[in-house]
Design a protein around this ligand. Structure first.
Ligand code: APR
Ligand code: PHB
Length: 398
């Protein structure tokens, strides 16, 4: 097999990159380890920044999002019972976010890919990357018991945190930055009406809680739990009681509970590798960086990486601008680190840290109090939440 860009992984990063490249006439094949229904069964985040919304429209996959997605012009912080509105639109000159689940984004991208007839190899095992530093890189994998070889010009490593792409880079090349937080998030999905029109991020002595949604009839709620907790420890009743205990009284009273249709615990981690590139291999999305979910930045960072790589590859194929290839990592990392900072800050401000001494606790409360009571502070939160701008790959010519 032969293509121009080999894409490893059919998550949102790989599928979105594939769609943009296909639309631009650049051939690509996606190699994915799982089956499509497995990929679609993963429940992930649901807040899209304006930049990602625009990118999905540019890729021609926004029809359903534009009908079913919920534009949100603000969100709430609940600080020990006090509710503070963050007016995203008012503080950022009219910007907003779109509530639309990652699972739905993935579903739309898969359907679009199938419609245009672009190739995805699902259930590929033992994926290996070769000659990434050479003139002609290639990928090998096993499909239906047979070893296959895919020759290409470039490889996009869109295979997530546990993928093979990052691990294929020789030891000593990458520098890793990491922070593991001493708690997890227990999330449930339920067919109940949202407790509030906007998302509510709540901080409480018992720990953090988040009220989110997928639609006017489907909710996604989270509570901070101990890192060692297991899903089996949390009956639906225990979950709803804990959520209520952490919300302001008026919201707790309004909360509609119901049976969970999904329940899972996710660890919280900050992780970045530098550089995001090795020869003709480019790391995209979760393969290169992880953020804790508090700022809703994971999926959105994947989208900005995709946008940068797509813009560069288009200029390479259309105008021979191979000089731009080496800019990929630096351009991505500037935005990645800012989103890492915001996600770390939101996480640090809103959670209960088991080891925090009284002074640290007061500092946490005071910093949050200062930010929400100052217009400058609220503006900082808002401009990060709606998403920082994408950087041009070739400012002199864009
Ligand atoms: N070979 C082929 N495919 C692989 C391999 C491998 N060795 N390892 C993993 N994959 C596939 C996974 O099965 C998955 O479908 O790569 C895909 C990676 O998808 P994601 O983990 O969703 O990563 P990404 O596409 O970068 O999405 C960005 O943002 O909100 C966050 O974590 C959230 O998934 C989200 C991410
Ligand atoms: C979600 O809806 O799953 C969600 C929303 C906001 C976050 C994290 C997750 O910050």
């Amino acid at each position: 097999m032969k293509t121009q860009v080999a894409i490893i992984g059919a998550g949102p990063s790989g599928l979105l990159l594939g769609q943009l490249l296909h639309n631009a006439g650049i051939a690509n094949i996606i190699i994915e380890r799982q089956r499509p229904d497995y990929v679609l069964s993963r429940i992930r985040a649901g807040v899209l920044e304006q930049g990602m919304v625009d990118l999905l429209r540019k890729a021609g996959v926004s029809q359903r999002m534009d009908i079913e997605g919920l534009p949100h012009h603000g969100f709430e912080l609940a600080l020990k019972g006090r509710r503070v509105h963050i007016d995203l639109a008012g503080l950022t000159g009219g910007k907003a976010v779109m509530i639309y689940g990652q699972t739905e984004v993935t579903r739309d991208l898969m359907a679009a890919r199938q419609e245009v007839g672009a190739q995805t190899v699902y259930e590929a095992s033992d994926v290996q990357l070769h000659d990434m530093k050479g003139a002609q890189p290639y990928v090998t994998f096993i499909k239906d018991g047979e070893t296959c070889r895919l020759d290409c010009d470039y490889i996009a490593g869109c295979d997530g945190y546990h993928g093979i792409a990052r691990q294929s880079i020789p030891a000593g090349v990458l520098q890793t930055f990491e922070r593991v937080y001493p708690f997890g998030w227990l999330g449930i999905l339920a067919d109940t009406p949202p407790v509030n029109e906007e998302l509510v991020y709540a901080t409480h002595e018992r720990g953090f809680a988040l009220c989110s949604m997928r639609s006017p009839t489907r909710t996604r709620y989270y509570v901070q739990v101990d890192a060692e907790d297991k899903v089996e420890d949390w009956s639906d009743d225990r979950f709803w009681n804990e959520l209520k205990a952490r919300l302001p009284a008026d919201l707790a009273e309004r909360l509609v509970t119901g049976p969970s249709i999904e329940k899972s615990i996710a660890p919280l981690r900050s992780f970045v590798v530098e550089p995001m590139q090795y020869g003709k291999l480019f790391l995209v999305g979760d393969a290169a960086h992880i953020v804790p979910p508090t700022g809703a930045k994971g999926l959105n960072l994947a989208a900005s990486d995709v946008s940068t790589l797509f813009d560069i590859l288009r200029k390479v194929y259309e105008h021979g601008r191979t000089d731009l290839l080496e800019r990929y990592s630096a351009i991505c990392l500037r935005r990645v680190w800012k989103a890492e900072r915001f996600s770390w800050w939101m996480t640090s401000m809103l959670h209960r840290f088991p080891d925090a001494d009284p002074f640290t606790q007061r500092m946490q409360q005071t910093e949050l109090d200062y930010f929400v009571s100052s217009a400058a502070g609220r503006t900082t939160i808002a401009e990060n939440y709606v998403g920082l701008p994408y950087e041009a790959v070739d400012p002199s010519n864009d």
